[in-house]
Design a protein around this ligand. Sequence first.
Ligand code: FAD
Length: 323
Amino acid sequence: STIKELYEASPGPFVSLEFFPPKTQSGKQNLTARMGRMTALNPLFLTVTWGAGGTTAQKTLDLAALAQRELNIPVCMHLTCTNTSKEVIDHALKEAHKADIRNILALRGDPPVGEDWEEGSNFSDFQHAVDLVRYIKSEYKDDFCIGVAAYPEGHCEGEADVIDHSAVRDLPFLKEKVEAGADFVITQLFYDVEKFLDFERLFRDEVSATLPLFPGLMPINSYQLFNRASKLSHASIPSSILDRFPSESRGDDNKVRAIGVDVISEIVDTIYTRTNGRIKGLHFYTLNLEKAVAQIVTNSQCLSKILEEDKDEDLVDGIEEIA
Ligand code: FAD
């Protein structure tokens, strides 16, 4: 099924989960078992990341195909288009289609750290994500339901760009991706819920009143990772959140995770109550970890409805096992 169809059919709330392909065979086996356990969270869909320039192409295709085949939950495969030839894109789309994958997150991608786009790149078929959206639409018609990325705090090309990045500046380009045929939008991670709510209003006013918009949330698994991920994504951390991690707790991952579960559950519930049904699904950057997401689902008022409403004993047992 496509994410668009499932979204329209579901009253929400629900979660969706992002995974990345592990490097080793044993890593893949562990992850597959973990993904199986995480189906207890009843996710609407799973996504599998793609290494920019096609660096993980086969591993991404393998994991996405395996999840689609074994878990009975629709998979969305990420696909980046810059620094990539049409052949690589076509191969990925054809293989995905063969594996029954009907959802693609169409992305631009980033250059390898320390390198530039222009230098050393002979590929000019795709400059921006919108070029990939247009290409999929023109070559594959409605074979794929297409998602695109958005940035509640603005997209940023690097430190030098910090000053002029804002969600408002990106908006015409996001609108262009939607007009080119995107069916849903997933946001970059954020920790400042007010920034997301401002963005959501802007998105509803300027881009689409009804298109599925999934806020992207990264659970806090360690203080170091939390800081690193937010810096890399240019996501600001409000001081009211930072203050909740006393310096003596920062080295203790269990404590940090427990505080993080409260922080993210509050963000989830704030989004859910303040958007009056316009946001039905929460997307989790799982980092291939299960505990924190399961704990957030149990802890959040809105997401724990997944358990109450289903009254499904297996589901409840499954979640208790991983939380
Ligand atoms: P675009 O939409 O092309 O935007 C990139 C920049 O160009 C923006 O600043 C935009 O404002 C500007 N722009 C867009 N169109 C135009 C235009 N016509 N003229 C001028 N400027 C324009 N990366 C990976 O490598 N693999 C992944 O699996 C992956 N998954 C992701 C999942 C999500 C949900 C998100 C939010 C990001 C993900 N990324 C991934 C990172 C992504 O590749 C980078 O953030 C990248 O820098 C931008 O990608 P985009 O698709 O948003 O690009």
